[in-house]
Design a binder for this molecule. Structure first.
Ligand code: HDE
Length: 697
C-alpha cells in the first residue's frame, strides 16, 4: 500500500544547512581542515571513504574479523564492536505519552492585530514570519502503533521566535480528562494497555479506562469529545488544535487579558467513519503520517489559522459563569468569537525522523514576553513535567543543543558541561556577577531590553489539596457538546460508547458508565443501553443548554479540497488524464486503479482499498471481488461515487443502488470538487441500514 513517490520538491540541497546553526556555529569560519568534521553539513556523510566513528578508513564492513573463515570472531575487531554497540543504542526511550508522532516545518505569519492584547513580537508585528516545527501525535499508542485509532491527537507547535522559543503544546480537543495534573499518571495508567499482558494497544475500549472514567466524572466532557468524530480525524490537515488552558496575554502597556488559543484548519474539520478507521489501521498504519509527508512533497501544504478567544482578566477569572481555570470547560465560540491572528503553513518535511521529530522537546514553560501562564492546576503541573521528561528521554540537560531544539534567538545562558555537551565553550567567566568578561556580557535584560519579567501578581492562599467549588459541575458541558452535534454525529457518539463499553469484560463498569451518561443526556443513555442490552438507568440529565453551532462538523459549507484523493477504476487513458489535470488544478490527487500495474497505474485491483480515497470514479466494467468490496465500503462510508460509461454495470454488479444520493453520472470535475468539499454524501448516511442498537433505541 505504499506510494512510491519521488521526493524532490522540498528536499534540501546538499549544500544547505541541516538545521539552524547555533550561535556557537555562527562563529567566523575556521581554517583548520580538522574543523571540517564539525561543519554543518556533516550529516550528509558524502565523503569518499567509509570510516569508523573515529574517522579511520575501513576496507570491509561485511565480514567480522575471525580466526580463519570458519573460526570464532576476534574481540580485537574494533569495527564490529563499534558498529554493533552503536546499533544497540539507536533507540531513545519513547515518550511516555504521545509516543506516535509525525512532524513538519512551517512558517507562521502574524496578521498584527494581536498587538492589541500582547507584546509578543511574533504575534503582534504585522507580517512577521516565524519558523515553526509542528509535531502531531496520538496519545496512547506506542511508537509503532497505527495512526487512525480512536484517540486524542497532540498538536504541538514550537515557534522559533526572535525572542526565544515559544511552545504551544496543545491537542485537537479543547478540554482534558482531569482538572489537576496530579491525576495524570492515573488517567494514563488507566487508558494505556493493561500491565499484565500489554494489551490492548492504542485504544480506550477496555476495562481499566472505563473503570477510571466512570469513577472519575470530571473526565465526562472529554470522553464525549473522544467518542465523537473528533477522535478519528481524516488527516492532521482536517483537525482543529487547542491550547486547552487559559493563558494570560500582556500588551505593551502591561494590560492583561485571558485567552484561549485555537488552530483553525483551512481545510475544515473532517473525520473518518469508524469502520474506515479500523480498516485503515490495517491497510495503512501510517495513513496520517504519509498524508502529511506526501502532501508537502507534492506542494499541497497544510494550512491553519491561529485564533484567540479574548476574555477580560477579571478577579474571578471567569467568563459568563465559566471558570477559565477549569480545563474541562470550553468557552463557546458564540460567547467569545475566535479572532484570527496569524497563519501557519507547513511546507517542509524533516530529513531525519529521529533527529527532528523524535528528538524535539516541547515544554509548556517555553514562554516569551507577552505570554504568561495562569493558575489552571493542570497547566501548573505540566510546567514541571515537560522539562523533567526530557532529562530521561534525551539523556541529560543539554537537549536544547540538539539542532531541532535550538532557539533561533542567541543563547547566553552560562550553562556548562553535562552529558552530551556538544558546544566547546570558551572563556572562564560563566557566572554572574563577574568582572572578568569585560563589557561583553551577558548581563540581565530588563523589560526595556526584552527581558521576560513575570507579572507581579499577588499570590496568597491557604495550603490545601482542594479544587474551587466552581470545578464541580462535570456534566453540563458534556451535554452542551453532545446537543450541539448534528443527529448523525450524535449517532456516532452513541455507537462509540456502545462499542467501547461492549469491549469491557466487567458488567459493573458498563452499568456504572451508563449511570454517568444518565446524568448527561437521557436519549443518548437509552441508545447506549439498548446497544449493550442493559436497562436504562435513572439519572438527572442536564436540563436545557444553549447549543454551540461551532461544535458541529457537518455543515452545508464546501471546504477547500487540497490533498483529497480520488481513485479512478479504469485504465489510464485520455479521459483519466483529462480528469487528473482538471482535478489537480484544485489540489486533488487522482490515482488510477487498474487490473494490473503499468504506466500511470498507482494501484491495482489487488492493492487498492477504499479507505485510501475520498471519492471514487468508476470508468470500467468489472466483476472483480476486490473492486466490489471497495465500492461497497466507499458507498457505506458516504463517499461520492462518480460513474462513467460502463462503470454503471460495475456498481450494479456490486449491489449498489445507483439512484442513491451521491452517485454522480458523468459529472464534470467541478461537481466532483463540490462533492469532495462537503467531505461526505451526508444525505446517504441515514438511508444506510441502521445498526440493531440504533434501530432499537
Ligand atoms: Fe502532555 N506530556 N501532559 N498534555 N503533551 C507530554 O512530554 C503531561 C497535557 C501534550 O509532540 C510529555 O515530551 C502532564 C494536556 C502533547 O513531543 C509529558 C499532563 C495537553 C504532547 C507530558 C499533561 C498535553 C505531550 C511526554 C497533565 C494538551 C506531545 C513526552 C497535567 C493541552 C508533545 C514529552 C510532542 C507530551 C506531561 C496533559 C499535550 C510526560 C503531566 C492537557 C501534544 O511531559
Amino acid at each position: 500500500m505504499q506510494t512510491a513517490r519521488h521526493r524532490t520538491s522540498q528536499r534540501r540541497k546538499p549544500d544547505m544547512e541541516p538545521t539552524v546553526p547555533s550561535p556557537a556555529e555562527k562563529q567566523p569560519a575556521e581554517t583548520s581542515p580538522v574543523k571540517e568534521s564539525l561543519a554543518p553539513d556533516r550529516g550528509l556523510q558524502t565523503g569518499d571513504y567509509l570510516t569508523t566513528g573515529q574517522g579511520v578508513r575501513l576496507p570491509d564492513t561485511d565480514h567480522s574479523l575471525k580466526a580463519g573463515p570458519r573460526g570464532p570472531a576476534l574481540i580485537e575487531d574494533f569495527h564490529l564492536r563499534e558498529k554493533i554497540t552503536h546499533f544497540d543504542h539507536e533507540r531513545i526511550p519513547e515518550r511516555v505519552v504521545h509516543a506516535r508522532g509525525s512532524g513538519a516545518y512551517g512558517t507562521f505569519t502574524a496578521y498584527g492585530n494581536a498587538a492589541s492584547v500582547t507584546k509578543a513580537g511574533f504575534l503582534a508585528e504585522k507580517g512577521r514570519e516565524t519558523d515553526v516545527f509542528v509535531r502531531f501525535s496520538t496519545v496512547l499508542g506506542s511508537r509503532g502503533s497505527a495512526d487512525t485509532v480512536r484517540d486524542v491527537r497532540g498538536f504541538a507547535v514550537k515557534f522559533y521566535t526572535a525572542e526565544g522559543n515559544f511552545d504551544l503544546v496543545g491537542n485537537n480537543m479543547p478540554v482534558f480528562f482531569i482538572q489537576d495534573a496530579i491525576k495524570f499518571p492515573d488517567i494514563i495508567h488507566a487508558a494505556k494497555w493493561h500491565p499484565d499482558r500489554e494489551i490492548p494497544q492504542a485504544q480506550t475500549a477496555h476495562d481499566t479506562f472505563w473503570d477510571f472514567v466512570s469513577l472519575h466524572t470530571e473526565a465526562t466532557h472529554h470522553v464525549f469529545w473522544a467518542m465523537s468524530d473528533r477522535g478519528i480525524p481524516r488527516s492532521f490537515r482536517t483537525m482543529e488544535g487547542f491550547g486547552v488552558h487559559t493563558f494570560r496575554l500582556v500588551d505593551a502597556a502591561g494590560k492583561t487579558s485571558l485567552v484561549k488559543f485555537h488552530w483553525k484548519p483551512a481545510a475544515g474539520v473532517h473525520s473518518q467513519v469508524w469502520e474506515e478507521t479500523q480498516l485503515t489501521a490495517g491497510v495503512d498504519p501510517d495513513f496520517h503520517r504519509r498524508d502529511l509527508a506526501d502532501s508537502i512533497d507534492a506542494g499541497l501544504f497544510y494550512e491553519y489559522e491561529l485564533g484567540i478567544q479574548v476574555m477580560p482578566d477579571d478577579a474571578d477569572e471567569s467568563f459568563e459563569g465559566i471558570d477559565l481555570l477549569d480545563p474541562t470547560k470550553i468557552v463557546p465560540e458564540e460567547l467569545a468569537p475566535v479572532q484570527p491572528i496569524g497563519k501557519l503553513v507547513l511546507n517542509r518535511n524533516p530529513d531525519n525522523f529521529h533527529a527532528e521529530t523524535e528528538q524535539i522537546a516541547f515544554h509548556i514553560g517555553n514562554l516569551v514576553p507577552g505570554i504568561e501562564v495562569t493558575n489552571d492546576p493542570l497547566l501548573q503541573g505540566r510546567l514541571f513535567s515537560y522539562l523533567d521528561t526530557q532529562l530521561s528521554r534525551l539523556g541529560g540537560p543539554n537537549f536544547n543543543q540538539l539542532p531541532i531544539n535550538r532557539p533561533h534567538a542567541p543563547v547566553n545562558d552560562n550553562q556548562r558541561d553535562g552529558m552530551h555537551q556538544s558546544v566547546v565553550h570558551r572563556g572562564i567567566a560563566h557566572y554572574l556577577p563577574n568582572s572578568l568578561a569585560g563589557s561583553e556580557g551577558p548581563v540581565p535584560a530588563g523589560p526595556e531590553n526584552g527581558g521576560y519579567v513575570h507579572l507581579p501578581e499577588p499570590v496568597r492562599g491557604d495550603k490545601v489539596r482542594a479544587n474551587p467549588v466552581s470545578f464541580a459541575d462535570h456534566h453540563t458541558q458534556a451535554a452542551l457538546f453532545y446537543r450541539s452535534l448534528s443527529p448523525l454525529e450524535q449517532d456516532h457518539v452513541a455507537e462509540a460508547f456502545t462499542f467501547e463499553l461492549s469491549k469491557c469484560y466487567e458488567q459493573a463498569i458498563r452499568v456504572r458508565m451508563l449511570g454517568v451518561l444518565a446524568n448527561v443526556d437521557a436519549e443518548l443513555t437509552a441508545k447506549v443501553a439498548a446497544g449493550l442490552g442493559l436497562p436504562v438507568p435513572e439519572g438527572k440529565p442536564v436540563a436545557d443548554v444553549t447549543p454551540s453551532p461551532a461544535l458541529t462538523q457537518i455543515t452545508e459549507r464546501a471546504w477547500p479540497v487540497t490533498g483529497r484523493v480520488v481513485g479512478v477504476i479504469g485504465t489510464p487513458d485520455k479521459q483519466t488524464a483529462a480528469l487528473q489535470k482538471a482535478l489537480k488544478a484544485h489540489g486533488v490527487v487522482v490515482r488510477v486503479i487498474a487490473p494490473v500495474g503499468g504506466e500511470g497505474v498507482e494501484r491495482t485491483f489487488q492493492t487498492a482499498r477504499s479507505v485510501e480515497f475520498d471519492a471514487i470514479m468508476v470508468a470500467a466494467a468489472t466483476t472483480d471481488m476486490q473492486m466490489t468490496v471497495l465500492l461497497q465500503e466507499a458507498f457505506r462510508h458516504g463517499k461520492a461515487i462518480a460513474v462513467h460509461g460502463e462503470g454503471e454495470q460495475t456498481l450494479i454488479n456490486a449491489g449498489i443502488d445507483v439512484k442513491a444520493p451521491g452517485i454522480l453520472f458523468d459529472p464534470d470535475p467541478e461537481t466532483i470538487v463540490a462533492a469532495l468539499g462537503r467531505h461526505r454524501v451526508w444525505e446517504r448516511m441515514p438511508l444506510l441500514k441502521p445498526r440493531a442498537s440504533s434501530a432499537g433505541a
